[in-house]
Design a protein around this ligand. Structure first.
Ligand code: FBP
Length: 551
């Protein structure tokens, strides 16, 4: 594989590790645990893995020797910087325990386990991928492991390869499924353990025991660099407003972190929009007010950050989307009538006439392009693909419309906007020091959990705002993070998704400053991720993590 000079130098980086993991390790077990809610129901679903203790690994020796074992690893879902280091951490951890241990990688995500597609990960392969971004070492996928037939196919291949444990590197849904798999394998006495590692750039797999999902740090830092560059351009040219949509699916953690680092003029937080039941019109009017006030100060430029999932959090849009899903459901008479219409105007008029009065008003207020998009892009389940909706363009067009009204009333104002979407730019970036270190330790800990016979645990590293040497390694029972939620019409036990909390320190810090940032240009330019240089720059955790830890 041809490598850049950067890659060659970066491959030499030795991830910093918790002191507790540097030599022999002993296992310390806490008391019995409970799920965060719905204890009785969750216990019923997980009789074997419910209530297990929190594990901490401390320096010391328990005098155990570890017989050889084989492990399989799976990358699940969207890419996140650091995945390769989780795998190298598992590999090194296993080899340290017993050099005869083997690591297999299932190819293309969870589907690889079911379809028996795998490779053995040797040191030659692992060395090629240390400290690199991407998931290309074995590939990822979004196949869900939910059916017992899939689990049984997994047993077949594990038995064939002598695999005693599977590590699932994934987000909240993948780790929920990992726990179901762990419970199933335990109940069937397969002897196969399942361990999870918390991954997702979205930052929404976190709780008291899991301080961060890996990849959030690097992805945010990558977006922050780009946002800072755009801010500087905007402040230099003084002629454009930049509307930037940021990935993150439902949660607005990425937008919030980027706002805390760069101080934009506008940053919408979907969770707040839902909580305050804001309408699209209110959001547009608020942004327009800021545009006008800044223009009155001769600042005809600015930067607005828009979370990817916004439209689903605007209550009236949510209702509209659900009505459109019903209206256009395949095989239904209205959908057939809609498809038979030939012009966009006819289609738009038909939708306006058929929706409820409230949704009809909202739909009629949308620019043509977006209105059409809402009736076009549907996923295989017949739902609008909200992440494909160009919310940043929608807001630009609606602000322009509002300004045109104000101009008719005598306001003189220039407004010229550019739109951007940052997502894929950050998902495979070379992991920051934080993610390189954090991921390597998560993987190393996964190997220790396996060697100590644990199943149904998520690898955990705590105290992450302290230097890496002081991090606390351990394992958390996955059932502890669960509650019951309605999924596809049924109540299911799932890991609770962490959306932005309006009572949390990061949101409060943002809310305290945002009015000032709106009007007065207060841009901060975070610059690119630094891999060599002062620790204050290279090892800094996210603002979110610092504020959440109370520092
Ligand atoms: P995961 O939750 O699987 O880590 O995915 C995160 C994410 O990047 C979201 O932010 C985004 O909405 C989605 O994946 C995009 O998915 P895809 O890669 O299928 O386009």
């Amino acid at each position: 594989m041809l490598k850049s000079i950067f890659q060659l130098e970066r491959s030499k980086y030795a991830p910093k590790m918790p002191k507790a993991l540097s030599g022999s390790v002993k296992v310390v077990e806490g008391g019995r645990t409970n799920s965060i809610a719905d204890q009785q129901e969750i216990q019923k679903f997980f009789p074997g893995t419910y209530g297990m203790p929190i594990i901490t690994f401390e320096a010391g020796s328990d005098g155990k020797s570890y017989p050889g074992l084989n492990v399989g690893v799976i990358l699940s879902g969207g890419q996140a910087p650091g995945g390769h280091n989780v795998i190298s951490g598992i590999f090194d951890g296993l080899k340290k325990l017993n050099p005869s241990n083997k690591l297999y990688g299932f190819l293309g995500g969870p589907g690889g386990l079911v379809d028996h597609k795998y490779i053995e990960l040797t040191s030659d392969i692992i060395d090629e991928y240390r400290n690199t971004g991407g998931f290309d070492i074995i590939g990822s996928g979004r196949t869900k492991l939910e059916e017992t037939a899939q689990f049984d196919k997994g047993v077949e291949i594990c038995n064939k390869l002598g695999i005693r444990a599977i590590v699932v590197i994934g987000g909240d849904d993948s780790n929920t499924n990992a726990c179901v798999l762990a419970e199933y394998y335990l109940s069937k006495n397969t002897g196969i353990q399942v361990i999870g590692c918390p991954k997702t750039i979205d930052g929404d797999l976190k709780n008291e025991m899991i301080e961060a999902s890996f990849g959030f740090d690097t992805a945010c830092k990558t977006y922050c660099e780009l946002i800072g560059n755009i801010m500087r351009d905007s402040n230099s040219a003084k002629k454009y407003w930049h509307f930037i949509k940021l990935m993150g699916r439902s949660a607005s953690h990425i937008g919030l972190e980027c706002a805390l680092q760069s101080h934009p003029n506008v940053c919408l937080i979907s969770e707040e929009v839902a909580e305050k039941k804001q309408t699209l019109e209110q959001i547009v009017n608020d942004i327009t007010d800021i545009v006008v006030k800044r223009a009155q100060n001769n600042e005809t430029f600015g930067v607005a950050l828009i979370p990817e999932g916004l439209v689903e959090f605007i209550p009236e849009m949510k209702v509209l989307i659900s009505e459109l899903n019903d209206l256009l459901a395949e095989g239904h008479a209205p959908a057939e009538k809609f498809q038979s219409l030939t012009t966009n105007t006819e289609k738009r008029d038909f939708v306006i006439d058929t929706l409820s009065p409230q949704s009809s008003r909202v739909y009629a207020s949308l620019p043509n392009g977006i209105a059409r998009q809402l009736t076009l892009d549907r996923d295989p389940h017949g739902n609008v693909q909200v992440s494909r909706i160009e919310t940043e363009r929608l807001l630009i067009e609606m602000v322009e419309k509002r300004l045109a009204e104000l101009r008719r009333n005598g306001l003189k104002i220039n407004f010229s906007a550019q739109n951007h979407f940052f997502g894929y730019e950050g998902r495979c970036a070379a992991p920051s020091n934080f993610d390189s270190d954090y991921c390597y330790s998560l993987g190393f800990v996964a190997s220790l959990l396996i060697a100590n016979g644990k199943t149904g645990y998520l690898s955990s590293i705590r105290n992450t705002t302290a230097p890496a040497s002081e991090w606390i390694p351990g394992g958390v029972p996955i059932t502890m993070m669960m509650n019951m939620e309605r999924r596809h019409g049924e109540m299911k036990p799932v890991i609770q998704k962490a959306l932005v909390s309006l009572d949390g320190a990061p949101f409060k810090a943002f809310a305290e400053k945002r009015d000032e940032w709106a009007i007065k240009t207060s841009f901060v330019y975070p610059g690119p991720i630094q891999y060599w240089g002062p620790s204050t720059v290279c090892d800094a955790p996210t603002r979110t993590l610092i504020l959440e830890s109370g520092k």
